[in-house]
Design a protein around this ligand. Structure first.
Ligand SMILES: C[S@@+](CC[C@H](N)C(=O)[O-])C[C@H]1O[C@@H](n2cnc3c(N)ncnc32)[C@H](O)[C@@H]1O
Length: 336
C-alpha cells in the first residue's frame, strides 16, 4: 500500500477500496497451492489449472491481477511464474506465509472483519458481532475445530521468520529454563532452544493446543492451563510472543503478575511484539493494531511508554527493547 502523497488521490483511494481483493485472491491461490505448483518453473494457466484442479479462466484472471502487482509475474501472456513475494506462499520454504495467507480470510477472521462498521460504532470486537462471543471461546466449540487448527498453523507459519529473527538478536545461551507462555504448537520455543543448548523448555498454552503440538524433542515439556489463573513456575526466561497484544491492560497485568509470582528472582520476561512508534510514519504495528481492534476484546499494539506502564502495574520493570531484523521487537522486563 502506497503512503500519503505517493499516488494521485483517486488512485490512492482506488487502491484502498480494492485492497480486500488482493487479500482474498492471495488466500485463494494459496489455498489451492498454486505457488507450490509453480516451484519448478513458469506454467501456462491451462497446465497450472490442470495441475491444481482449478478452473482455467478463473485462475487466469486471478493470476493476471496478482501478477500486475508483483505477487506473481507473467513472463509471456498467460504464462505465470513465482516472484520473491509468492515464493513465500509456497508451503515448503523457510519463513513460509502460506498458513497465514489461507487463515486470514477463513471464517474466523473474514466474518468478524466483515462487521467493521459495527466495531467502529460500538468498540466491541468483530467476533462479538459475528459469533456472539470472543474468538478463543468460539474456537473451542466443536464445530470450529478445523478453524482453530488453521489458526494454529497460521501462527506457526507467521512465527517462523520472526522466531529466527528473535533468536539471532538476543543471547539466550545463559538461560536454564525458558517458558513460552501461550506458545501455540511450539515453533518459537524450539527455535529459541537451538540457541540455548543448556536450557530446557516448557510449552504452555490451553490444554487442547499443547496436545496438538508435535516433534517437540526431549528438552521440551508441555503444560496445558490458563494463563489468567497461573503459569508454570521456575523459569528464568518467560517468553510471550503475540500474546500481550491480544488482551486489555487489565488482563495483561494479570498474566504478567502470574509470571512475576513464579519466575526466578533474576529471571527475564521477553515480550515479542510490534512496538507502536509515536509518529505518523507507516508501520506494520498500525495494521496489526487494527487487527487487534477487529479480533480481540481490548487487545492493541503498545508504545514503549505503554509497555513501561504495563510492566510497572504488574510489579515488573522495563529493561530495554531489542530490535530484530523482522518488524517485531523484544521488550524485556525484570522484577521491579
Ligand atoms: C496469537 S496466538 C500466539 C501463539 C504463539 N505465541 C505464536 O506467536 O505463534 C495466542 C495464543 O494464546 C493462547 N491462549 C489464549 N488464551 C489462553 C489462556 N487463557 N491461557 C493460555 N493460553 C491461551 C492461544 O491458544 C494461542 O496459542
Amino acid at each position: 500500500m502506497a503512503g500519503p502523497g505517493e499516488l494521485p488521490p483517486q488512485a490512492q483511494i482506488m487502491q484502498g477500496i480494492f485492497g480486500f481483493m488482493v487479500t482474498k485472491c492471495m488466500s485463494a491461490v494459496a489455498a489451492h497451492r498454486i505457488p507450490d505448483a509453480l516451484k519448478d518453473g513458469p506454467l501456462y494457466y491451462t497446465d497450472l489449472a490442470e495441475k491444481t484442479g482449478t478452473d482455467q479462466r478463473a485462475l487466469h484472471r486471478m493470476m493476471r491481477m496478482l501478477s500486475g502487482i508483483g505477487i506473481f509475474s507473467e513472463p509471456e501472456p498467460g504464462k505465470y511464474a513465482l516472484t520473491p513475494a509468492s515464493e513465500l506462499l509456497r508451503t515448503d520454504v523457510p519463513g513460509s506465509m502460506h498458513g497465514m495467507a489461507v487463515m486470514i480470510t477463513s471464517d474466523s477472521h473474514w466474518q468478524p472483519w466483515g462487521r467493521m462498521e459495527e466495531v467502529l460504532k460500538t468498540g466491541a470486537s468483530g467476533p462479538q458481532h459475528a459469533f456472539g462471543t470472543d474468538l478463543f471461546t468460539w474456537f473451542q466449540h466443536d464445530d470450529n475445530k478445523d478453524q482453530w487448527e488453521m489458526f494454529n498453523v497460521a501462527m506457526s507459519s507467521f512465527s517462523s521468520g520472526i522466531a529466527h529473527a528473535v533468536a539471532e538478536s538476543i543471547d539466550f545461551s545463559g538461560f536454564k529454563h525458558i517458558v513460552d507462555v501461550g506458545g501455540g504448537h511450539g515453533y518459537f520455543l524450539k527455535t529459541l532452544l537451538e540457541k540455548a543448548p543448556e536450557a530446557k523448555g516448557t510449552l504452555f498454552d490451553l490444554p487442547q493446543v499443547v496436545e496438538g503440538a508435535s516433534d517437540l524433542g526431549d528438552r521440551i515439556q508441555r503444560e496445558g492451563g490458563d494463563f489468567f489463573k497461573s503459569v508454570p513456575g521456575g523459569g528464568d526466561c518467560y517468553t510471550l510472543k503475540h500474546i500481550i497484544h491480544d488482551w486489555s491492560d487489565e488482563q495483561c497485568v494479570t498474566i504478567l503478575k502470574n509470571i512475576g509470582e513464579v519466575m526466578d528472582p533474576n529471571g527475564k520476561v521477553m515480550v515479542a511484539e510490534l512496538v507502536m512508534p509515536e509518529g505518523n510514519q507507516p508501520h506494520p504495528a498500525k495494521f496489526m493494531d487494527v487487527n487487534m481492534l477487529a479480533m480481540t476484546e481490548g487487545g492493541c499494539e503498545r508504545t514503549e511508554a505503554e509497555y513501561a506502564e504495563l510492566f510497572s502495574k504488574a510489579g515488573l520493570k522495563l529493561n530495554g527493547i531489542h530490535p530484530t531484523p523482522s518488524p517485531v521487537s523484544v521488550v524485556e522486563a525484570i522484577k521491579g
